[in-house]
Write a protein that binds this ligand. Structure first.
Ligand code: NAD
Ligand code: DAU
Length: 332
């Protein structure tokens, strides 16, 4: 796989993956990205120009996608509309990019025979009760809650159908909540870090007891690379690092890091249809592909992420005020 096409490679997880792939393989990388509000070309700065190029375009543009896919050995598909809250305000770009974009890519790999890896989410499985002893596995039935997770579930179903009906060379990964550098300040952890850094209170939805299973984005990248290199065609792999924390636990850890009172929290209007808990059982990925997370200590990973945001205020300051104004207009 000398030539990788990475869709959404200017977004949070995609850009971290591009850095990882350059460091751990000999491949050259083409990023296909529409450069939506969620993208940042700065996240690709400093990478060797003889190994990385950026094509600004839409994954739902089938003419462009057919041409680009045929020029590569493998596609890693990160591009998506990714924020649940936005999907509640306007689902239409989620349907277009997440469903029609994945459809265009599948048709392109069907024609060219190029290897395809589809990056998806644990949200396709719905949610768990707080006291449920079970975690999500590859056999958990699909039960998405939001327009975002429904569009991702639909895209997974397209990939599965294209494998079975047309024999496309595809794998799927469903990962839990990522944190780390280059994540947009609309998302929970960067929003709270940057609120506290500015002297504001963290804004927590509902009662704050919702649980997410946090994984450092570097560990997500190594999992995707392992699946691309050693995964079995047609298989799904769940990716997680045993990082379950309630939202309250996370904001209290951020407040402690800044030496602030742990209870200095603002509870705001809850998200409609808010999933209670996600939890991943990643035994298949570990036993079959030998994958292990490197960031097993969430508190250390969170501390490093806080320090990254403090050192890169120039990266997030420009979009912070507008992001907060949008939330404030919704009572959040
Ligand atoms: P992000 O919103 O930070 O980045 C998405 C990128 O896709 C952006 O660069 C954007 O410009 C690009 N994009 C959007 N629409 C496009 C289009 N039509 N054509 C081309 N490019 C387009 O998202 P993220 O958090 O990095 O998520 C990346 C992928 O990982 C998504 O598929 C998401 O569902 C999945 N995922 C995310 C998480 C998480 O915790 N963030 C966890 C599991 C899976
Ligand atoms: O589980 C994987 C998913 O994780 C990915 O598929 C999504 O792309 C990604 O955005 C993320 O979805 P969540 O909805 O879990 O992430 P978010 O950062 O929006 O919220 C995390 C939790 O924090 C959730 O319970 C909602 C809550 N929250 C969020 C924000 C932005 C707050 O309490 N306050 C906030 O300000």
């Amino acid at each position: 796989m000398d030539r990788l096409l990475v869709t959404g490679g200017a977004g949070f997880i995609g850009s971290n993956f591009v850095h990882h792939a350059l460091a751990h393989t000999e491949a050259n990388v083409t990023v296909l990205d529409k450069l939506t509000y969620a993208a940042s070309e700065a996240s690709l700065e400093g990478l060797p120009s003889d190994r990385v190029s950026l094509v600004v375009g839409d994954v739902a543009d089938d003419t462009l996608v057919d041409r680009l896919v045929a020029e590569h050995d493998a596609v890693v598909h990160f591009a998506a509309e990714s924020h649940n809250d936005n999907s509640l305000d306007d689902p239409s770009p989620f349907i277009r990019t997440n469903l029609l974009g994945t459809f265009a890519l599948l048709e392109a790999v069907r024609k060219s025979g190029v290897r395809f890896h589809h990056v998806s989410t644990d949200e396709v499985y719905g949610d768990l009760d707080l006291d449920d002893p079970k975690r999500f596995t590859e056999d958990t039935p699909y039960n998405p809650s939001s327009p975002y997770s429904a569009s991702k579930a639909g895209s997974d179903h397209l990939v599965r159908a294209w494998v079975r009906s047309f024999g496309v060379q595809a794998t799927i990964s469903n990962c839990s909540n990522n944190y780390g550098p280059w994540q947009h300040v609309e998302k929970f952890i960067p929003r709270q870090i940057t609120n506290v850094a500015r002297g504001d209170r963290p804004k927590v939805y509902g009662d704050g007891m919702n649980v997410r299973d946090w994984i450092h984005t570097e560990d997500h990248s190594s999992a995707v690379l392992a699946i691309l290199q050693r995964g079995t065609i047609g298989e799904t792999y769940l990716v997680g690092a045993d990082g379950e924390r309630s939202n309250l636990e996370v904001v209290r850890a951020i407040l402690r890091h800044f030496g602030r009172n742990e209870d200095d929290i603002e509870f705001v209007r809850d998200r409609a249809g808010h999933d209670r808990r996600y939890a991943i059982e990643s035994g298949k990925l570990r036993s079959e592909l030998g994958w292990q997370p490197r960031y097993e200590d969430f508190d250390a990973g969170l501390a490093a992420t806080i320090e990254w945001y403090l050192a890169h205020e120039d990266w997030w300051a420009g979009v912070k005020a507008a992001t907060e104004a949008t939330y404030a207009a919704k009572g959040q």
